[in-house]
Write a protein that binds this ligand. Structure first.
Ligand code: 13P
Ligand code: SF4
Length: 322
């Protein structure tokens, strides 16, 4: 099977009903579909489970299905494979990378860590398996605060790779973690000026921001949290309008769960670039998902030696998140 482009490159018959064929294949093969909130709406709608990075890892660790299709980016598939080495883990388009994970090369990170002996190494889940293998505890944006606070107040910590999340956690916990200088190209793009303008236009709106955003955006925010935390706030809040500074895919579930509320995507600095869409997340399509299930490709593979080391900090995170 040709997966040179990162996905099964076989034309899909235009006359078939993709959604019902995907459901049929899923039943036949006892497969399960997990999707991140940043996936296209049609993929979220067909998934068995949708969630943020933490939820997807937690769900993957409990599943019995022999095939897991992870509709998200490569590191999410890798995390599922590390947790479920005996299962087939498919990602519809393997070239769905992550600029944040790419901002932390494992060899460079290993060299950096040599400067900080005796430090606890905390890595965001948005990292490669090789970086996780160098890590003591993995975190996501949902549990980073709780996990950092579980360590003694004076514990020396290296935190990577997201400098914005790291700075934010330092500011709310009073820690002074050493930070790796990485970032996500989507979350760094939100424009402070345009959010201020929007606030004037929608004076009652609450600003919801993901901690991967720059400090200047987080200062403007009423709520800072992971995608799941922002969704929960929107559902439970009495407010009716929200300016959302994270990847635009989350608006699909927000709007679905709160039909009477209005969600406004925070604009990026360059409004012509569509930067609040993660181009990697949006590489997965229903056609690629259908082919992935049909041909059981492309499959995520992780070097067993790396996986044996990387699983420890992921399991530690799951343990500390209970
Ligand atoms: P969460 O899923 O933890 O909110 O992280 C967002 C993200 O950028 C995933 O790639
Ligand atoms: Fe990576 Fe940013 Fe895309 Fe999330 S939104 S997958 S952090 S590039």
């Amino acid at each position: 099977m040709n997966v040179d482009k990162g996905y099964v490159d076989v034309p899909v018959d235009k006359s078939i009903d993709l959604k019902s064929e995907i459901t049929k294949l899923k039943k036949e093969k006892n497969a399960v579909i997990l999707a991140h909130y940043y996936q296209k709406g049609e993929i979220q709608d067909i998934a068995d489970y949708i969630g943020d990075s933490l939820a997807l890892a937690q769900i993957a660790s409990t599943l019995d299905n022999p095939i897991i299709v992870l509709c998200g980016v490569h590191f999410m598939g890798e995390t599922a494979k590390i947790l479920c080495p005996d299962k087939k883990v498919l990602v519809p388009d393997m070239s769905a990378g992550c600029s944040l994970a790419d901002s932390c090369d494992a060899d460079d990170f290993a060299a950096f860590l040599k400067n900080y002996p005796n430090h606890t190494v905390i890595s965001y889940v948005n990292t490669s398996a090789r970086v996780k293998a160098l890590t003591d505890i993995v975190v996501t944006s949902s549990n980073a605060r709780k996990i950092v606070e579980s360590l003694p107040k004076d514990a020396p910590i290296v935190f990577g790779p997201d400098r914005n999340l790291g700075n934010y956690i330092n500011s709310i916990t009073g820690r002074n973690m050493v930070l790796w200088n990485g970032a996500c190209h989507v979350h760094e793009q939100f424009s402070v000026e345009k959010i201020v303008e929007l606030k004037k236009q929608y004076p009652g709106a609450k600003v919801l921001a993901h901690p991967e955003c720059k400090k200047a955006v987080l200062i403007l925010a009423d709520v800072v949290g992971s995608t799941a935390a922002l969704l929960k706030y929107a559902v439970e809040s009495e407010e009716k309008q929200f300016i959302v500074a994270t990847e635009s895919g989350i608006l699909h579930e927000m709007q679905k769960k709160c039909p009477g509320k209005e969600f406004i995507a925070a604009p990026a600095t360059d409004s012509t670039c569509g930067c609040n869409d993660c181009n990697f997340m949006k590489l997965n399509t229903l056609e690629k998902l259908y082919n992935a299930l049909k041909y059981e490709q492309p499959e995520i593979m992780v070097d067993p030696e790396i996986a044996a080391r990387a699983v420890l900090p992921i399991k530690k995170m799951l343990e500390l998140s209970k």
